[in-house]
Ligand binder design. Structure first.
Ligand code: NAD
Ligand code: MG
Length: 402
């Protein structure tokens, strides 16, 4: 019997995608690559096809798809190349795929990831934005199809690892009192408020502990990443923001903790390397080598914890408020943040303007119930329009003054 698991990697050319292929390549006796997908980088996807021999490769962009098809044909590879959004949904649902790594960045990953959940696959969730945008829908659909939703975000994977054996994400556990969500504090943890106004995209993307894509790097610098993760934790572990304490932990060694009713606190520790949660979820409930080195606690020596500063990092407070407001508020928050981060990376707004764009968008777009995918997508689109015109338009005001 062929017991090799077919893995499809959505966003294989990104930071998480590359780490996923690294872990898969260590275990040819367990995994084969069913499909690899990317947005526009045909050259990088071609190089991955040569190395990993996927059955399918998908480029979102049609002209990049044509380029990849040509390269694959000239090289004599057997990989079938397709392109466009529908092709992404095809590869996650087809029978060659047992496991889907969702590693597209932003809400763009929503539809293919939801398709994988509906098809009952094991879905490894790195791409947190779809859970923020339509988390209730994901959980409901997973329950219906039997899909296993396993978190890859290091904090949520840590929380999952600290849960009792047999626990599956998507439901509350009665024995848990609190979740302790750790946060590195990002590159500006100790920056003075007045210095944040002038920070550049390059400074914002230089994370002290993790190497990541540019969007999540900016989110880590504004602490919006922790805000999105707060919402993600509420969705995955079925709790309210009041049950989640956020702790700044600059060493990024304790990836998060679970506090039980009896006062016990369980933590998961490890080097800050995404191959640990990726290997954990790929093989779960077994354990496999990930290529990550042993944690040297003598070298770490000290573990510090401090409360977050919501004054300097207003994005975290905005996310918490959106989580409490419920409905489509998290979808609106996320869409406005995507527009604002894009504008910041493009030098159109300043770092401190990001929270202003989000705050304005949340006050401008009306909330709806989030049980219906159409309503969620409509509010996501309305928020993008509102945020874009705020960034570009005459009603745009200068950044928050400190
Ligand atoms: P990245 O920017 O490095 O890679 C993104 C990937 O998605 C690329 O392969 C790109 O081709 C593809 N892509 C981009 N836009 C697309 C679109 N519109 N349609 C289809 N494909 C598209 O991002 P990353 O750092 O690997 O992060 C991916 C996701 O994982 C994000 O949601 C992020 O929040 C989450 N995550 C990342 C890390 C990390 O360490 N990098 C940790 C935790 C969670
Ligand atoms: Mg994280």
């Amino acid at each position: 019997m062929n017991t090799l698991k077919g893995v499809t990697v959505l966003g294989s050319t990104g930071s998480i995608g590359v780490s996923t292929l690294d872990v898969i390549a260590r275990h040819p006796e367990r995994f084969k690559v069913a499909a690899l997908t990317a947005n526009t980088q045909a050259d990088r996807l071609f190089e991955q096809c040569q190395r990993m021999h996927p059955v399918h490769a998908v480029m979102l962009d049609e002209s990049a798809g044509m380029k990849l098809r040509e390269m694959v044909s000239v090289a004599g590879l057997e990989t079938e190349v397709t392109s466009g959004a529908a092709a992404l949904e095809d590869v996650v649902t087809n029978s060659a795929t047992d496991i889907v790594m969702a590693a597209i960045v932003g809400a763009a990953g929503l539809l293919p990831t939801l398709a994988a959940v509906r098809a009952g696959k094991r879905v490894l969730l790195a791409n947190k934005e779809p859970l923020v945008v339509a988390g209730n829908l994901f959980i409901r659909e997973a329950r219906r199809s039997g899909a296993e939703l396993l978190p890859i975000d290091s904090e949520h994977n840590a929380i999952f690892q600290c849960m009792p054996a047999g626990y599956m994400p998507g439901k509350n556990h009665a024995a848990v009192r609190r979740i302790l969500l750790t946060c590195s504090g990002g590159p500006f943890r100790t920056a003075r408020p007045q210095d944040l106004v002038a920070v550049t995209p390059e400074q914002a993307c230089a994370h002290p502990n993790w190497v990541m894509g540019r969007k999540i790097s900016v989110d880590s610098a504004t602490l919006m990443n922790k805000g999105l993760e707060l919402i993600e934790a509420c969705r995955l572990f079925d709790c309210t923001p009041d049950h989640v304490q956020i702790l700044i932990h600059p060493q990024s060694v304790v990836h998060s903790m679970v506090e039980y009713k009896d006062g016990s606190v369980l933590a998961q520790l490890g080097n800050p390397d995404m191959r640990t949660p990726i290997a954990h979820a790929l093989a779960w409930p077994e354990r496999i080598e990930s290529g990550v080195e042993s944690l040297d606690l003598f070298e770490v020596a000290q573990l510090d914890f401090e409360p977050p500063d919501l004054g300097r990092f207003p994005c975290l407070a905005l996310a918490r408020d959106a989580a409490l407001a419920g409905g489509t508020a998290p979808a609106i928050l996320n869409a406005a943040n995507e527009v604002a981060v894009d504008a910041f990376l493009d030098h159109r707004i300043r770092f401190t303007d990001i929270s202003c764009v989000i705050e304005h968008t949340l006050s401008n777009v009306g909330l709806n119930d989030d049980n219906d995918l159409e309503a969620v997508l409509a509010d996501d689109a309305a928020a993008r329009t509102s945020a874009s015109s705020f960034v570009a338009g005459s009603n745009y005001k200068a950044a928050r003054e400190f």
